[in-house]
Design a binder for this molecule. Sequence first.
Ligand SMILES: Cc1cc2nc3c(=O)[nH]c(=O)nc-3n(C[C@H](O)[C@H](O)[C@H](O)COP(=O)(O)O)c2cc1C
Length: 186
Amino acid sequence: MELMEVIRHRRAVRDFTETRLERSTVQSLIDTAILAPSAMNLQPWAFAVLLDPQRIARYATRARTWLLENFSQTSHDPSLRKVLEDPKHVLFYHAPALVLVLATSSDAQAKEDCCLAAENFMLAARAQGLGTCWIGLARPWLNLPSIKTELKIPENSHVVAPIVLGHPKAWPESHGRNAATIYWLG
Ligand SMILES: Cc1cc2nc3c(=O)[nH]c(=O)nc-3n(C[C@H](O)[C@H](O)[C@H](O)COP(=O)(O)O)c2cc1C
């Protein structure tokens, strides 16, 4: 696919087949992710990859329970609470893979750099026919010190982008976009 086509056809995918992913596939997506620009080329990122759907499903349940119990600490948005309260909601959508983009420093722009790497990752996945969805809801749980220890994520790293990955059952329709507000300054 051409770049513009990839950008236009990327979608947040929330329904995956059971097909497992190979390490080599994820490795190649990460190789593309890290071509993203970063402030002063510091490349303040690392990646944690989980390719075990059962573990991912268990984490989804634990994270949802914790998020509901601690909702007021993490969000004030009632619509997010509604999403979590829906008994059918599965945080990681039964995805066969979960990739966490980690900021490895507290440099002022490390999180921006990680977002760029995350977007590269999602576009590279789309180009290979794979679906992704950034699961921002999971971030507070993933950043708990006890969970980072359990996942063997270094304590000074910060989870910026939790991304589920897999073969889509179907490509969702676009939600469309509002027209961009543009201030033409000259
Ligand atoms: C920072 C960020 C956080 C997101 N968090 C979630 C989430 O927790 N759960 C979810 O289902 N989708 C999440 N999404 C996906 C968005 O809902 C989705 O990208 C948006 O609705 C636009 O749809 P599209 O990606 O198909 O164009 C998130 C996306 C971004 C960029």
